[in-house]
Design a protein around this ligand. Structure first.
Ligand code: 5AD
Ligand code: SF4
Length: 430
């Protein structure tokens, strides 16, 4: 039985794909191992959303060149494979297999090759979704990808080139995957898509309907979704934050910039005023909602004034949390035709300033929950010695609570007593 080690970089979707690949390989007689040194095959699932992510994945693969001397196989999957295809295969001749996400179903056959053989699979596929499932006994939470690809072409983003056109899974397939997971003891499902609320645009299906139907699956405890685009947030979706009790009061809604000039150059298809309008609506319907966002600093031509618009936006909106990225020029994107003219030191300064501002806001946003009780979804025991469990509040905040015994995968009513940057603290019987 060949032993496979899988290393994953990048977004939740890559982690979901890796779990599916594991399931597929196990079904086909491979053994998954947790240590690269003990494997016959090393598979690296890569990300290319920023240059840094690419460099890390390629350097990891290079550092295992030596396993080839013992007949080992090195395999590169994911977005780097999609973006560079044959070029990466030609450039790194120590890599045996290059395989794009649409072709993962072919992996069990492909990995039968011998040490010196090489193969590059990058063509289109009629069967891009893996249907096999793998459940690890203790899992109480799972991602479920419902769309792949994106056709929004934000000017900085490589995803439309690596993941292709929007492709929505059939609702029936999604229900049966969720039902299977719930039956195996998973209580929390997080639906995934590059632009998840665009679900069904290609098939005539509807995201809000899908959410309602999944919500009604018996045994499901909590439901969430990632990542939403502001242009596709409609009233039918907003009201679900009020009407579906199992749905996390949580919205990840990338703003990217507070400057209308930069938003236009980014091809984001909304103005700051339109973004604020959505936030106001959502908060009116669901006052306890957690809203997080992504920001890019140092986009080409971003001036101090543009940056200050972003700072003002962040102070004004008060996000619960932020992911802040320094602009990284990516091949094939339309922004790659613009000069990457904000010096790295300046990108770093802007990055630091925003993180500093957000630190205070995040603490304040966590503290607003103290003094209340909430039904917390229990994830796992965090600290056995001191009797702490980790869970997620109904607004998707991490809760660390004291309890003698709590059952992962269920809800528990917790009194929330204090908060800091990372956690809300509480106890089950105080
Ligand atoms: N440079 C920096 N950040 C980027 N992101 C996407 N592409 C780039 C890029 N070229 C960020 C965006 C997106 C998040 C997943 O990654 O903020 O929302
Ligand atoms: Fe990239 Fe924009 Fe699509 Fe998000 S919506 S994946 S940022 S192109």
């Amino acid at each position: 039985m060949k032993k496979v080690y899988i290393k994953t970089y990048g977004c939740q979707m890559n982690f979901y794909d890796s779990r599916k690949i594991k399931a597929l390989l196990v079904k086909n007689g491979y053994e998954i191992v947790g240590c690269p040194e003990k494997s016959d095959i090393i598979v690296v699932n890569t990300c290319s959303v920023r240059k840094h992510a690419e460099d890390r994945a390629l350097s990891f693969l290079s550092s295992y060149k030596h396993i080839k001397k013992k007949g080992g196989i090195l395999c590169l999957l994911g977005c780097i494979a999609s973006l560079y295809k044959e070029d990466i295969y030609k450039k790194y001749d120590f890599i045996n297999v290059v395989c794009t996400p649409d072709n993962y179903n072919k992996l069990p056959e492909v990995l039968k090759i011998y040490d010196s053989e090489r193969i590059c699979i990058t063509g289109e596929s009629k069967n891009p979704f893996i249907s096999e499932n793998l459940i690890i006994d203790s899992d109480v939470s799972s991602f479920v990808t419902i769309t792949k690809g994106c056709e929004n072409f934000c000017s900085y983003c490589v995803v439309p080139f690596t993941r292709g056109k929007l492709m929505s899974k059939k609702p029936e397939g999604i229900y049966s995957e969720v039902e299977y997971l719930v039956e195996k003891g998973v209580g929390e499902i997080i639906l995934l898509g590059q632009n998840v609320n665009e679900y069904g645009k290609d098939t005539g299906d509807n995201f809000s309907d899908l959410l309602e139907k999944i919500h009604n699956i018996k045994g499901l405890v909590r439901l969430g979704f990632l990542t939403s685009h502001p242009k596709d947030i409609h009233n039918a979706l907003i009201v679900l934050f009020r009407d579906l009790p199992k749905l996390y009061r949580y919205l990840h809604l990338p703003l990217q910039s507070g400057s209308d000039r930069i938003l236009k150059l980014m091809n984001r298809k909304y103005t700051f005023a339109q973004y604020i309008e959505i936030i106001d609506k959502v908060r009116k319907v669901a006052p306890d909602i957690t809203i997080t966002s992504d920001i890019i600093v140092g986009f080409p031509s971003e001036t101090e004034d543009d940056f200050n618009d972003t700072v003002k936006a962040i102070k004004n909106i008060e996000f619960d949390d932020l992911f802040v990225f320094k602009y990284s020029q990516r091949p094939l994107t339309s922004a790659s035709l613009m000069e990457d003219d904000v010096p790295n030191g300046e990108k770093e300064r802007r990055h630091r300033i925003i993180l500093g501002i957000q630190e205070e806001i995040a603490i304040k946003r966590n503290k607003r929950f103290t003094g209340r009780t909430d039904d917390v979804f229990v994830l796992k025991q965090a600290d056995k010695k001191n009797g702490y469990f980790l869970g997620r509040s109904s607004s998707n905040k991490m809760v660390l609570f004291k309890s003698i015994y709590s059952k992962p995968g269920t809800l528990e009513n917790i009194t929330l007593t204090s908060a800091d940057r990372r956690y809300i603290y509480g106890c089950s019987s105080c």
